[in-house]
Design a binder for this molecule. Sequence first.
Ligand code: HEC
Ligand code: HEC
Ligand code: HEC
Length: 90
Amino acid sequence: MKRLIVTLLALAFLTTATAAIAADVVTYEASKGAVTFNHKAHGEKLGDCAKCHEGTPAKIAVDKSGAHGAVCKDCHKAMGGPTKCNDCHK
Ligand code: HEC
Ligand code: HEC
Ligand code: HEC
């Protein structure tokens, strides 16, 4: 019985963990070419949701000025991610 409860708890935890990171890959359509944001890969590579999310991770608004600044590109400049137009826009 104890074992079953532990298993159920573990399952519940796994389900929440998977649901928490809602979309693996998000695509932003843009006139310059679509930008693919691999949310899952970023989360794994950076190892910490708090690199991008404050408090409980939730939706972050992404617009052109954010993408070209604090939401995407600033970190790329700091950490050696893509900063050229066509590195992001395909
Ligand atoms: C590199 C930055 C970054 C990292 C690291 C990151 N996220 Fe996100 N996350 C975003 C952005 C940007 C969005 C908004 C995507 C969109 O436009 O829908 C988002 C959206 C979300 C959402 C809302 C999804 C929705 O559509 O409502 C959740 C939940 C979330 N992230 C959870 C996580 C968790 C959990 C982690 C850690 C494992 C994590 N994120 C790591 C940038 C990041
Ligand atoms: C907190 C830091 C950080 C933020 C914020 C961040 N990135 Fe990145 N991103 C990186 C790093 C570091 C790499 C390089 C990863 C590597 O070389 O393996 C990268 C790589 C990429 C790549 C190329 C590799 C791939 O996944 O195809 C794209 C495209 C990209 N990021 C798009 C975005 C977009 C769009 C956003 C904003 C919605 C964003 N990133 C936000 C750190 C960040
Ligand atoms: C770090 C990745 C990244 C880099 C580098 C980047 N962009 Fe973007 N850009 C985005 C994202 C993401 C969006 C979409 C935001 C949205 O959905 O509103 C965007 C939006 C745009 C838009 C608005 C498109 C529309 O249809 O309204 C234009 C124009 C644009 N970018 C041009 C450029 C140019 C020119 C460069 C190089 C000087 C550049 N971008 C570099 C990620 C990037």
